[in-house]
Design a protein around this ligand. Sequence first.
Ligand SMILES: [Zn+2]
Length: 158
Amino acid sequence: MFLTIHATSAIVIGQAITNPIGAFLAGLASHYVLDAIPHGDEKKLDGLSLANMSWIATLDQTILLVNFLLLFHYKPHLLLTSAVIAAVSGAMLPDWLTAAHRLSEELDNKFTRVLHRLLDSLQNLHHYLHCRLIPYEIPFSLGLALQLVFLVGLWVII
Ligand SMILES: [Zn+2]
């Protein structure tokens, strides 16, 4: 799913779990749970060039930032607590690690080879949950609508 959905659901988690470590772990788990739900963009990044992937990641991060700015504007009771920050960090970590894994394929030096090997099993888990746990694909447009419904629901809860 898009980072906007992961991060917004993590805000809900950070509001419910006030312990930052628990919030981080719950945010991390939420990423994998949400990614397991068929959502139409599972294979969108497969086979893309690094430049195109960077472009999509930049767009995703920009939408995330706009969503956060709108949330803080329209939800004045929303506090940026350590639990919220921890939950959001945990929820976004798997995709950041995916980016590091992909970048480490492109840059060939001793550090990136070690990093790539360290991230391999996590990336395999991420890919398994994303694509193979529920091997059912929905069209990208339907996935987009589903993610929008999630976002609206999360906005109502926050
Ligand atoms: Zn993911």
